[in-house]
Design a binder for this molecule. Structure first.
Ligand code: NAD
Length: 540
């Protein structure tokens, strides 16, 4: 497969800084045949299209066909037909396809990463995290499918005479609504366990990053997943997303807390389940015994990966008084040394924000904080010289509760530093607010850090790492407490959410009623004696 762009895979998109006077946009258009090979995967008969541009330099990338309400209904009908056949395939067949996908994603990573960078504007090294995460997810669910999905024997009420089994029945068609920030990861990571559990998927990726999501569909087909099992629809979330919620058997949503609440209401109305992976205002704690070099290096990745447009990104850092100055000096120096750029090539530490909306939010949060007295220790400026939506990695000090960025998610490269005197206070401040997604603790005493983690109200806590340790450990569940979400992706929770449990009990010899002329009173006495005996025997 050729690279999607006329420049060689990994080659520079813009030679040097962005130059609005000599706009290089036309030179970087995607090949029309390549675009066509991807957009054909959208179910659309409306004749309408929506343009997508690269945030790197505003270059037009493609026109994405839009789906009508009828198209969404058609997508569900096709998915239902495909699911009926898919549910009869064996776990081993499904695993084999999943492992082929694993290999394809690794083999085609240059193409995947090029498209991610073009569509999202992120640095290449941050784009690499996406195929990496999908390969991990595909391998994990392929290798653990039997563990999660095989019929399991359970304790029967009468030992030896009541045989109980629990089956895992696929929900049917899962609706997936995903955001733009990790377009390849978010396109696939929740859908793979849904397929493994015997479901079909109808998905609506975010409008800004459809091409990457469509490349993911192309790879699913090439790996051998049956035609029609995975449907893609496109259009505004408020319309197409709502149609999905109205027709799916389960909804997996990733996005903002505000939209997540709307989805939850829609699902409640139909009494269907949903999982919600939402926003965060994630805290990082540097304890007094932390390795400060390690903490400063981790803090850069924690706050500035994908320019902070990452649900598990750190926007608040609580640093022990004893090491505050030494940590800050290291963190600021590392941040100021970061290289920013709009290229497809490796080598940049941070890329662009995705859109004017994101840039506006970041600028507003920083301007508000500075106007109210916060101090900028690093960054603080937009960088139109690099690209239309660039903003420097920014460290703030002296942020107070009256400033927007104190409690609201910025979803950009802006982090606030706070001192703490005692750890209980740091934990209380980390727990303040409504979110509870991800936290990080730096300390050389792993046992103490793990003990502190239990008091932090976040769904994931990384010790001596930013977010990668939990996020890439697919065997462990990932998701938010409080307003950061409901349900979990990854691990057994990440696949069992797409199944209904069905208990099947086979009763032999005795029945649950008086037998052999026994009176009701006698039956009650015999059963009571049985209960006492079972307890004595230590039975659950
Ligand atoms: P968003 O809620 O605006 O959009 C997310 C998706 O929902 C998009 O596909 C959008 O089209 C769709 N949508 C919008 N309105 C809808 C509606 N009324 N009904 C149905 N669908 C609708 O979020 P965003 O701003 O694009 O994404 C950023 C947010 O996502 C941040 O808050 C971030 O923290 C969160 N996020 C969370 C995770 C996680 O795993 N917890 C991962 C990535 C992003």
């Amino acid at each position: 497969m050729s690279a999607p762009n006329p420049t060689p895979a990994g080659g520079p998109l813009v030679e040097g800084p962005f130059d609005p006077e000599h706009d290089p946009r036309a030179a970087y258009a995607l090949e029309p045949e390549y675009v066509e090979s991807l957009t054909k995967h959208v179910l659309s008969t409306s004749g309408e299209t929506k343009p997508v541009e690269s945030p790197l330099n505003g270059a037009p990338l493609a026109h994405i066909p839009q789906s009508s309400d009828d198209d969404v209904a058609k997508a569900f009908a096709r998915a239902r037909r495909a699911q009926a056949a898919w549910a009869r395939t064996s776990l081993d067949e499904r695993s084999a396809i999943m492992l082929r996908l694993h290999d394809l994603v690794l083999d085609r990573q240059d193409e995947i990463i090029d498209l991610i960078v073009l569509e999202s504007g992120k640095a290449r090294k941050h784009a690499f995290d996406e195929p990496l995460h999908i390969a991990l997810t595909a391998r994990y669910y392929a290798r653990t499918a039997h563990e999660h999905l095989d019929t399991q024997r359970k304790l029967g009420v009468v030992p030896g005479l009541t045989r109980v089994e629990v089956n895992r029945i696929p929900k049917g068609v899962v609706g997936i609504i995903s955001p733009w920030n990790y377009p390849f990861t978010m396109a696939l990571c929740d859908g793979l366990p849904a397929l493994m559990a015997g479901n079909a998927v109808v998905t609506k990726p975010d409008a800004q990053t459809m091409l990457t999501a469509l490349l993911a569909v192309q790879l699913l087909a090439e790996a051998g997943f049956p035609e029609d099992l995975w449907q893609v629809v496109a259009g505004p979330g408020s319309r197409v997303g709502t149609r999905i919620v109205e027709q799916a058997d389960y909804v997996c949503f990733t996005g903002s807390t505000a939209t997540g609440k709307l989805i939850a209401r829609g699902c409640a109305e139909r009494l269907i389940g949903c999982s919600l992976e939402l926003g965060g205002k994630n805290p990082l704690l540097v304890l007094r015994d932390a390795d400060l070099e390690k903490a400063a290096e981790g803090a850069v990745r924690a706050s500035f990966s994908n320019a902070g447009q990452l649900c598990v990104s750190m926007e608040r850092m609580f640093v022990a008084d004893q090491v505050y100055d030494r940590f800050v000096e290291r963190f600021v120096a590392r941040t100021q040394a970061m290289t920013l750029g709009a290229t497809l090539a490796w080598g940049n530490d941070m890329g662009s924000l995705i859109s004017q909306d994101q840039l506006d939010t970041v600028v507003a949060h920083v301007e508000d904080a500075v106007a109210k007295g916060a101090k900028v220790l690093a960054g603080g400026n937009a960088r139109p010289d690099l690209g239309p939506y660039f903003f420097e990695p920014t460290i703030l000090e002296g942020v107070t509760p009256d400033m927007t960025c104190f409690g609201e998610e910025t979803f950009g490269p802006v982090v606030s530093l706070y001192r703490f005197h005692d750890e209980a206070d740091a934990v209380a401040r980390a727990n303040a607010g409504e979110y509870g997604l991800n936290a990080s603790i730096y300390s050389q005493d792993g046992a103490r850090a793990r003990a502190i983690a239990r008091y932090i109200k976040c769904g994931t806590v990384n010790i001596n790492e930013a977010f990668g340790a939990t996020f890439a450990s697919i065997d462990s569940p990932m998701g938010g407490m409080r307003e950061s979400g409901m349900g979990r992706r990854q691990g057994s929770e990440g696949i069992l959410r797409y199944t209904e449990s069905q208990s099947v009990a086979t009763q032999r010899l005795i029945r649950f009623a008086p037998m052999l002329g026994m009176s009701d009173e006698r039956y009650a006495k015999v059963m009571t004696a049985n209960l006492r005996l079972m307890k004595k025997l230590g039975r659950a």
